[in-house]
Design a binder for this molecule. Structure first.
Ligand code: ZN
Length: 236
């Protein structure tokens, strides 16, 4: 009775917030911000996490990921649907991602947001010869110039999504999600994607093909090798 009185008060103070759901899937700690009115949402997130995390895990795509936090209260920037914080190595996602400009993205579903944010982790970690937490923002920005992203922007805008033309990280996250969700893109997009260091899409673009081989080679060498670029540009 005492417990229930305390719970009643606490619940009231936190305006319907109840204890977070904490679990672990494929070794990744999952936190779900639990509100009375958001309980149904966990029933949507759980099967998505259980479907996709093992697929990422099989490919070593979520090595080193410290957590996935689902809930508006976990977001640093409340206006974004999802975030990957490479310094803390954590993914944060809104409970019910809402899009102000829905047509700017390849999709607007929870599944899409999960794929998009998770591949940021995979991509950033495969591109640098050190752990994600040690990568600086200027290193990320410099890579953008080295990869000549500006000359590829138009193609991503035309064939993938407006958001994919923002920068090389969004280009990779949008394209990966698009391929995995069944979209088809012209070969120029695959070429750009490969040169931007995009990880082989799960179940797409023949996982055994040269994309994977070139990524593996790059990882072993630990450095970006300009001579492996086969990029053909129709821009300057
Ligand atoms: Zn993103």
């Amino acid at each position: 009775m005492f417990d229930s009185a305390v719970n009643t008060i606490r619940t009231h103070i936190r305006s319907n917030r109840i204890d977070p759901i904490e679990t672990e899937i494929c070794g990744v700690p999952i936190k779900y911000e639990n509100y009375k009115h958001e309980r149904d949402t966990w029933d949507e997130w759980k099967p998505l996490l259980e479907e996709w995390l093992p697929k990422f895990d099989e490919r070593n795509y979520i090595d080193g990921l410290n957590g996935i936090h689902i809930g508006d209260g976990y977001m640093n920037n409340s206006s974004s649907q999802g975030q990957y914080n490479h310094n803390d190595v954590i993914i944060m996602i809104q409970q019910n991602p809402t899009f102000k400009y829905p047509s700017s993205f390849i999709s607007n579903t929870k599944e899409y947001v999960l794929l998009h944010e998770t591949v940021h982790h995979t991509h950033i970690n495969s591109m640098f010869d050190k752990p994600a937490r040690d990568i600086t923002v200027s290193e990320l920005n410099n890579r953008q110039h080295e990869l000549r992203f500006v000359s590829r922007m138009k193609d991503f805008d035309k064939y993938v999504s407006e958001y994919a033309s923002m920068n090389y990280l969004e280009a990779v996250a949008e394209t990966f999600s698009g391929v995995v969700l069944g979209n088809e893109y012209p070969s120029i997009i695959k070429e750009h994607y490969t040169e931007l260091g995009g990880p082989t899409p799960i179940g797409g673009w023949n996982e055994e093909d040269s994309v994977e081989q070139s990524l593996t080679r790059r990882n072993i060498n630990g450095v970006w090798k300009k001579e492996t670029i086969t990029y053909k540009s129709n821009a300057d």
